[in-house]
Design a protein around this ligand. Structure first.
Ligand SMILES: Nc1ncnc2c1ncn2[C@@H]1O[C@H](COP(=O)(O)OP(=O)(O)OP(=O)(O)O)[C@@H](O)[C@H]1O
Length: 394
């Protein structure tokens, strides 16, 4: 006869809909009891969506029945939010912003924030009125990268005015939270935070708002797509094949959310030696071309690993603004021009209902299942010359 441990083992096989992690790993299973052959299980879940509950019921029944037990299931769920999804209500909560661009990556640490900052600065240098919303609530580092760390936000009534650096308006959870404060966010809180960052911030009329998303494909992406019409998505990745697999998830998510894909930024693509400026291949270069073809999009730019890019990020002095003659700054400028050209072709008057999904609030239109696209071919590039600094050039 199965015991409680057997039940828990079975529950480890049940994945939370739209995610790779199990309900046990998420800590959603609050109570497991066994009386006779009836397993009583209580779950705390973050989604209000009926579909999520139904899927879980189905999966849990299947695996618990398989070990010869009946199931009694209880769910604790948050109240459904009053605010309907944008696509359902047709409401745009930030109508003064002409074009919203979602910058995403399949995983953390690939240079998404660095790319957001430099693209935004580059677009501003090309005459656009630009803002950055740092929605990476788990690691908001845009304030540091824009030299705004420790700056006080001006509060007017119940709203806050964005900060400004290098001609770009900026708002971030990092400005609103104490430094180093750890944040553990669950679905409903993320939804609220993102909506507040759009609605309760006094954004001026902007041509483009770049939004630096948390890595991955989750509640934040869905909430954003349901709250405002997202005109374009940009995927940032590094060229290694493992990173490209994660990237596919991100690109699949754009497709599922009906977000037009402006392109892919291949970051840390080769290394530029600070001494001789030779570009050499470290993690691979040019691997995103195939990926872009598969998703019918373009590579916006190949940004090398350049110490000056990191120093610009750490020191709050973006390379595009402070060293516009560098190879990287020129590539960011070119990438920004491609984004602007892409946005020119996305209709200003498109409403969210035209481009974003019509799933009810809280229902994940995102899937973490990677497309079964074939692997991109790595293009090896050799570099000439030798500088003798051990940078890898030969
Ligand atoms: N092309 C580059 N050359 C050198 N350093 C880089 C480059 N791109 C990013 N970095 C550095 O890599 C680190 C991670 O970059 P960044 O914070 O932009 O990544 P991220 O994808 O936003 O990470 P997270 O998901 O954790 O927020 C930073 O220290 C940044 O300065």
């Amino acid at each position: 006869m199965a015991n409680i441990e057997d039940i828990k083992k079975e529950l480890e096989k049940v994945k939370y809909p739209g995610f790779e992690k199990s309900i046990m790993d998420f800590g959603f299973v609050k109570d497991v009891q066994l009386e006779g052959n009836i397993a009583s299980i209580v779950l705390d879940i973050t989604s209000t969506a009926q579909e999520v509950e139904e899927q879980l019921r189905k999966d849990i029944h299947a695996c618990i029945n398989a070990i010869g037990l009946e199931v009694k299931l209880g769910f604790n769920k948050p109240q459904a939010p009053k605010q309907n999804s944008n696509s359902v209500s047709g409401k745009n909560i930030a109508p003064q912003i002409k074009k919203i661009v979602m910058v995403s990556s399949g995983k953390g640490g690939v240079g998404k924030s660095t790319t957001t900052v430099n693209l935004a600065v580059a677009a501003s240098m090309q005459g656009k009125k630009v803002g950055i919303l740092d929605a990476d609530i788990y690691g908001p580092n845009i304030p540091r990268m824009m030299g705004l760390q420790g700056k006080e936000v001006e509060v007017i009534g119940e709203k806050a005015r964005p900060l400004n650096a290098y001609g770009v308006d900026v708002m971030s959870m990092g400005v609103l939270m104490d430094e180093g404060q750890a944040v553990i966010w669950r679905g409903a809180m993320i939804m609220k935070a993102i909506q507040q960052l759009l609605r309760d911030i006094l954004w001026e009329e902007l041509d483009i708002l770049f939004i630096d998303m948390p890595p991955g494909t989750g509640d934040a992406q869905l909430t954003l797509a349901q709250s405002v019409p997202v005109a374009a998505g940009i995927n940032v990745t590094t060229p290694q094949h493992v990173a490209l697999d994660d990237s596919r998830r991100s690109l699949d998510m754009f497709q599922k959310l009906h977000i037009p894909v402006a392109g892919i930024v291949e970051n840390m693509s080769g290394f530029i030696c600070p001494s001789c400026e030779t570009e050499s291949d470290i993690f691979g270069m040019g691997t995103c071309e195939d990926l872009a073809d598969q998703y019918n999009t373009q590579v916006l730019g190949n940004l090398p690993i350049e110490p000056a890019i990191r120093e610009g990020g750490d020191g709050g002095k973006p390379i595009t603004y402070f060293n516009p003659e560098s190879i990287s700054a020129k590539r960011y400028m070119e990438a920004a021009s491609k984004v602007i050209a892409f946005l020119d072709n996305v209709d200003d008057d498109r409403t969210n209902a035209d481009i974003q999904p019509t799933t009810p609030p809280g229902v994940s239109a995102c899937s973490t299942t990677a497309a079964s696209a074939s692997s991109a071919q790595q293009t090896q590039q050799s570099s000439g010359g030798s500088c003798g600094t051990g940078c890898g050039c030969h």
